[in-house]
Write a protein that binds this ligand. Sequence first.
Ligand code: GRF
Length: 188
Amino acid sequence: MRIVVLVSGPGTNLQAVIDAVQAGELDVDIAAVGSDVPGCLGLKRAADAGIATFTVPPADYADRPEWNRALQAAVLEHRPGVVLLAGFMRILDAEFDAAFEGRMVNTHPALLPSFPGAHGVRDALRHGVKVTGVTVHLVDSGVDTGPILAQAAVPVLEGDTEEELHERIKVEERKLLVETLRGLSASR
Ligand code: GRF
């Protein structure tokens, strides 16, 4: 299974996928890693692993549709079977979603359909839930609304800060993401 991964930040989920591939535990070909954020750590992790990278910064484009089209073209150049959003923090437009319908996977740090959006960990904490977690799902035209592929629960501990809770969620997220990709690659 050939994938393109999109990242915006530290890329620890990407690293988990790279490690699993390198260890022979995941039969996936990471064709390229792309980002909207020049110089982010995720891009460096990819380059260090010898994976092709590309950057499509919104500031280089007149408007959002133009940026979306440029990103779509950059992804398509690598002919992915699956596009993985691993901490990609921008919303893609309907045209992009349609181009990769049924084969774009996102990971979200909450138990969807609770707490969608950019602040899933903060929102869960503020709501006072005792259990939150991570969801790996297919992307549809909504924000964090597509069919759920896998979920794992993470308890909220007394006195948790957003950062502490997010770090514990990410430990589970990395495992769940690799497992889910393994399942997808086996079924293709
Ligand atoms: C992950 O928790 C992802 O679900 C969220 O942002 C985090 C990215 O982490 N949207 P990383 O860049 O993979 O370390």
